[in-house]
Write a protein that binds this ligand. Structure first.
Ligand code: SF4
Ligand code: SF4
Length: 320
């Protein structure tokens, strides 16, 4: 029995809900609009990606998923909530997304489950799953799939599930109806905007969010504490801004956003180390040996950033 486009859509939507995704949407695969490409190229030319050289590679694939996945016709987008339950205080110094299992692992596991189901229904199905690990413009595809809009702090905002969500994507050869074709009301999500609000810009302590939609990673505490493989060098040369209290990441421009009130409680795996981290002070971090750190934080986001950056961030924060 063959399924109609709408039935395929509902099948994926139902499976996504069962797996705990906060929202699902779909867009037709194709080249990104010129304005998006231009915005990205300007950021690249202005050095806003700092030392993340990989962001300047594979631009053709980044701007067109049909060049990344052969025969791509649809881009399915899934939102994974990671917010702590209401009333639970996050450990100081850590971004909330990093309090548990590495989101690449947690999200991909569920995307693979969806792909398995699609294959069972459609033997011709081919697809690839991504979450912040390949040249895919996830936030653009989330807006295109009707899931929200990009806020002035550059994060995706959803009216229904707030701002603390991570994005998973499946690019496939199946022709799946676009969300905005079958659920026109979802259009309200993408046409919403931040309005006059500028809370995130005021909250940024380092001047990284210098104007709306423009984050300069060279000044961003999140970048330096998580992604920067040359943090110690940049601290020594004065290239890194001074920051205190940040051990791994920075949520200030997220926490300032009024759309936090719409957050859905995140998956338990994303919080599994929250209590443990709350009980560790800076001395503990400075004393933990590399092998113990690797064992204790196996498969977590913290391991991805590395102990050297954690220690360097703590020391940098203590400087006058
Ligand atoms: S993560 Fe922190 S430093 Fe980076 S833009 Fe947001 S508030 Fe500024
Ligand atoms: S804080 Fe205000 S301006 Fe910034 S992303 Fe949220 S709604 Fe938009």
């Amino acid at each position: 029995m063959s399924l109609s486009g709408a039935e395929i859509y509902r099948l994926i939507e139902t499976r996504a809900q069962e797996l705990g995704f906060a929202d699902f949407g779909c867009a037709h695969a194709g080249e990104l609009p010129n304005c998006m490409q231009q915005h990205y190229m300007e950021a690249l030319a202005n050095g806003h990606f700092a030392n993340m050289e990989y962001l300047g590679r594979n631009l053709d694939k980044r701007f067109n998923p049909q060049l990344l996945v052969e025969g791509a016709r649809s881009v399915m987008v899934f939102l994974a909530p990671y917010s702590l339950p209401q009333g639970v205080h996050p450990p100081k110094g850590f971004a909330q997304f990093a309090l548990g299992e590495d989101y690449h692992i947690a999200i991909k596991e569920k995307l693979f489950a969806i792909m398995k189901e699609l294959l069972a229904h459609f033997p011709e199905f081919q697809g690839r799953a991504f979450t912040d690990s390949a040249p895919v413009m996830e936030r653009y595809w989330a807006t295109s799939a009707g899931l929200g809009w990009i806020g002035k702090n550059n994060f995706l905002i959803s009216r229904t599930c707030g701002i603390k969500n991570l994005i998973g994507v499946i690019i496939s050869n199946l022709e799946i109806p676009a969300t905005l074709d079958i659920l026109p009301d979802k259009h309200l999500q993408t046409t919403a905007s931040c309005g006059e609000c500028t809370r995130c810009l005021s909250a940024c302590p380092s001047g990284a969010l210098r104007r709306p939609f423009c984050t300069d990673a060279r000044k961003c505490i999140s970048y330096h504490t998580i992604e920067n493989r040359k943090l110690q060098e940049d601290i020594a040369s004065g290239a890194a801004p001074h920051f205190a209290g940040a051990i791994f990441g920075c949520d200030r421009c997220l926490d300032a956003c009024p759309w936090n009130s719409a957050n859905k409680t995140g998956w338990g795996v994303f919080h599994k180390n929250a209590e443990f981290l709350s009980g560790r002070n800076e001395e503990w971090w400075m004393g933990i040996p590399e092998n113990e750190f690797k064992k204790r934080f196996k498969d977590t986001s913290l391991l991805r950033g590395g102990l050297q950056n954690i220690k360097a961030s703590i020391q940098w924060g203590k400087k006058e």
